[in-house]
Design a protein around this ligand. Sequence first.
Ligand SMILES: [Zn+2]
Length: 379
Amino acid sequence: MKRKKLTIFAILTLVALILAFPSIKSFADSLKKVKAYQFWVNNELWFTVPEKEKLEILLDEYKNTYLEMIDEKANIKKVELVAETQIVEVEVHPDEIDTWEKAETMIYAKENEATVIEVQPGDNLWNLAKKHGLTLDELIALNLEIDPEKIYPGDKLIVKPFKPVLDVVIELENTVVETIPFKITQQKDNTMYKGEKKTLQEGVEGEKKVTYSIVMTNGYQTSLEVINEEILKEPVSAIIKVGTKTTVSRGGKVNYGVVQGSRISSSYGYRIHPITGKRTFHSGVDIAASYGNGVYAYSSGKVVEARYNGSYGNNIVIDHGNGLKTRYAHLSKISVKVGQRVETGQRIGLVGSSGASTGPHLHFEVIKNGQTKNPLNYI
Ligand SMILES: [Zn+2]
């Protein structure tokens, strides 16, 4: 009797075990741990993923998105995350592993988007920088793609950069060829009238190789310095005979003939952007001058343009005959009309900052047979 009971008990136990087997199996499985990789940022666990190589590739891809704007020829010295990050190998339960989608979303997360504004007619970089609490250099640095000389209404400008959660710092060096402006030697001649000029020797720009060391954070330039300069070609000075015979004096520190200014703030010719490697062309010289200073006709001629013209702002073009024209841009006031005849040294307008201007200056252009020439050979 006792024996029979035991046998029944054993059979029942066995049946129970067989029935319970699948759930016991999954229970055992859940105790089993797998190898995985945690990603830590500044001592904070962000996520856990199953593969180390794939995570490293994902992080590299993220960092490399900030290289897109940079000149292909630049020497990239460093591409790094600012935060302290660690990839730690761990043993975890499978349900503790995050999806790759979550990892990617966290890596690419932004604290805020960039603030972009649209250029309105009459805007200039100088006023826009001021309005948004930036210096002119900061505004230009935020907008690598723009040519400060060619900004039109409708163009978009970044006034506040976007901020990712994971900051990326890039250090690079880039070497570009730049022009060296030539000097002008003036020979005074009292047999010629003041305002009259004769070029005895045309100036020729020199060339130099300039190496910049640049630091960029999240794609925006944070520092730029020249670390080496090598002269490839010395400039040749222009020799210009200028008349002194006159009673009219425009006074001032530096008389450029067409305006009384303080210095040439941007010279004529090509410039290669040290970060993007993009080539831009400056069709005239910019003479830094006070707002409201008089602007004078280079030589006698007929006014052929006197209007607001896109990035030139308020501008005047004078035809001097013999295929020679001069342009005066960014004026605050135009005092002449199309068709009007003007004499050498006649006041035609006032210095301003209209159009795509970075601040009060005169953009002066010399056009000979339809082609711009270096104005330094003419003033
Ligand atoms: Zn200019």
